[in-house]
Design a protein around this ligand. Structure first.
Ligand SMILES: Cc1cc2nc3c(=O)[nH]c(=O)nc-3n(C[C@H](O)[C@H](O)[C@H](O)COP(=O)(O)O)c2cc1C
Length: 207
């Protein structure tokens, strides 16, 4: 899935996510937040200025969020995103409200809506992790100019093709080919079994 499709999945299929921020004591705080919109520029959400969430967002403009769709673990897909946020103006707020008209039931009149503030998560990284498929399917992504990084484990040239890693890989994602062994990162749980059993230190954790 392209990043914009993952964002649409968050907005349309998941909609309410759990968002983490950090308070003044350095503690992680989570709460439910709706993804009101998305585009190539990121994810959009609202809060009210009087909430402690708003204070946390303004003090440390960085969030992490996870949204999950599915009824039980083996039918669930999770999307996690973390990155930088910025507050937007009244015009963007009003567009978001018009696109999410249920908000007019929660904040029914103009006066009550003056408390609201719109935010955009504009640069960051994320992951989609699909447990409804086995082997699992996972993909990392970046957006808004965040430098891409490689995550998970890989096998270096130190590998002697002993096969020990294949015996302990729960998702069978270690592939032996003409050019040596490699890990199919799209199906890797990143459990670390391969690294733990490798007799020659050929398995490394990239990030
Ligand atoms: C389904 C659901 C969706 C919510 N969406 C939002 C939201 O988009 N923005 C928001 O500020 N609060 C939302 N809330 C309420 C917050 O999760 C709640 O106010 C949170 O506890 C506030 O945290 P605070 O007390 O740290 O400010 C939602 C709650 C539920 C149950």
């Amino acid at each position: 899935m392209q990043t914009v499709e993952i964002f649409k999945f968050l907005r349309d299929d998941i909609h309410t996510v759990v968002m983490a921020t950090v308070d003044d004591g350095g503690n992680a705080v989570t709460c439910a937040v709706d993804i009101m919109d998305c585009d190539a520029g990121g994810l959009y959400f609202l809060t009210a200025r009087g909430k402690s969430l708003y204070a946390r967002l303004k003090t440390r403009p960085h969030v992490s969020l996870t949204g999950i769709k599915g009824d039980s673990t083996l039918t669930r897909v999770a999307v996690s995103v973390s990155g930088c946020i910025e507050e937007l103006g009244r015009e963007e707020l009003s567009t978001l409200l018009d696109k999410n008209r249920y908000m007019y039931k929660i904040y029914p009149d103009e006066a009550s809506r003056t408390a609201l503030a719109a935010f955009r998560l504009y640069r960051g990284k994320g992951e989609i992790f699909d447990l409804s498929k086995l082997p699992v399917v996972r993909n990392d992504f970046v957006f808004g100019g965040q430098p891409a990084a490689e995550y998970g484990y890989s096998i270096t040239k130190e590998c002697v093709l002993c096969g020990k890693c294949r015996e302990v890989c729960p998702q069978n994602c270690i592939i032996f080919g003409d050019s040596g062994a490699r890990i199919d990162g799209e199906h890797c749980l990143r459990c670390g079994n391969c690294k733990a059993v490798c007799p020659c230190g050929a398995v490394i954790l990239k990030n």
